[in-house]
Design a protein around this ligand. Structure first.
Ligand SMILES: Nc1ncnc2c1ncn2[C@@H]1O[C@H](COP(=O)(O)OP(=O)(O)O)[C@@H](O)[C@H]1O
Ligand SMILES: [Mg+2]
Length: 328
């Protein structure tokens, strides 16, 4: 804990963004309320992405009422793996990642065996709003289970690592690779116990990591180094993230992406209030970068220019990229 406190103090001098500033100067300023449902409901996000030609995990079915729970078997069909999640969930809560079947039951990605009735019960809880923002009634979605690309084998434990990029008005400002651990139960959410690893925007090379409020260089389960790893398709991920501004219209978002073994890069979800720990993993404050983008936007506006996705990505890579690897 002390280590983290010292880190935040050191980052303060380097433009750290706190929760109040994030909310007032970014979330409230750039995210129009009426557009929130596009990112707060994963079913709507999926529809938008598909319409924009952006790839997402395939939707097998939606369950909206208690009665529709009877459709579960039909939705699953002969599949042996799939994911159940609350449409309006957050932080990885309420998500069930089924990896296999086992003697009439199911095996979750972390090895737990559960029955069909238990899945039905979970869906029922989702519908009542147990996991939804504000406790509102929710819908459950059943979707394709992502199998992570081989590249992540050595630096990940079970589950699916995801890539989070914070995007301001279409400009990616900071990136992080999130690695599930034994503790996080196959989910890549930091507060479930996943590791966050900073990523250089220009090269896609990983920097250092943060885990349970500590700074780390090795994965606690695999003991392999988490820094210095080259992420594949890096420019593709950057463009995918930048293009999510046009997809949703929200000016300050966290874009979560995964690399599927078969389908390649996919958008998992968008967040209107992205977390701040990404700054620790990158050893850099967000405002240092958001201010640079805001200055750029002002300058472009004065000249009547709107940049394309390609130009925006080139700008940030030039401006914020090429971070030398950290020692130790
Ligand atoms: N389709 C999927 N296949 C495999 N793992 C998934 C899938 N969807 C989510 N997960 C795992 O659960 C985590 C949280 O999922 P996400 O859709 O981002 O919901 P939340 O809003 O709760 O963060 C992901 O980072 C990933 O590790
Ligand atoms: Mg998420």
């Amino acid at each position: 804990m002390f280590g983290l406190w010292k880190t935040w103090k050191a980052l303060e001098a380097r433009g750290i963004m706190g929760i109040n500033r994030r909310n007032a100067d970014y979330v409230l300023k750039y995210n129009k309320r009426s557009l929130y449902p596009i990112v707060d409901d994963k079913i709507i996000t999926k529809e938008r992405a598909i319409a924009a030609g952006i790839h997402v995990p395939e939707l097998y079915g939606v369950i909206s009422t208690e009665k529709e729970i009877d459709n579960l078997s039909e939705i699953i069909g002969g599949r042996t793996d799939f994911v159940v999640k609350p449409a309006q969930g957050a932080g990885g809560d309420g998500i069930l990642v089924i990896a296999d079947r086992f003697e009439g039951r199911y095996r979750t990605v972390s090895g737990k065996i559960i029955s069909h009735e238990e899945i039905e019960h979970q869906i029922s809880s989702i519908l009542t709003g147990l996991y939804s923002l504000g406790g509102h009634r929710d819908r459950a979605l059943i979707e394709y289970r992502v199998t992570p690309d081989q590249i992540f084998k050595s630096i990940s434990y079970e589950g699916v690592p995801d890539i989070r990029i914070i995007v301001l008005m279409g400009y990616p400002v900071m990136a992080m690779l999130r690695l599930p651990t034994r503790q996080s139960g196959g989910k890549a959410n930091l507060h479930q116990g996943a590791i966050g690893v900073g990523v250089d925007l220009a090269t896609g090379l990983t920097l250092r990591g943060t885990w349970l409020n500590n700074i780390i260089n090795k994965h606690p389960d695999t003991t392999n180094a988490v820094d210095g790893v080259q992420l594949p398709y890096w420019d593709g991920f950057m463009k995918l993230a930048a293009g999510c501004y046009e997809l949703c219209g929200l000016g300050y978002i966290g874009v979560d992406m995964v690399l599927d073994q078969e389908k390649g890069p996919l958008i998992l979800e968008l967040n209107a209030r992205p977390g701040l720990n990404i700054q620790i993993a990158n050893d850099c404050g967000l405002t240092l970068r958001t201010h640079a983008v805001e200055a750029r936007l002002e300058e472009l506006q004065a000249r009547g220019i709107i940049e394309t996705v390609q130009e925006r990505v080139e700008f940030v890579q030039e401006m914020f990229g090429h971070i030398p690897a950290v020692e130790g």
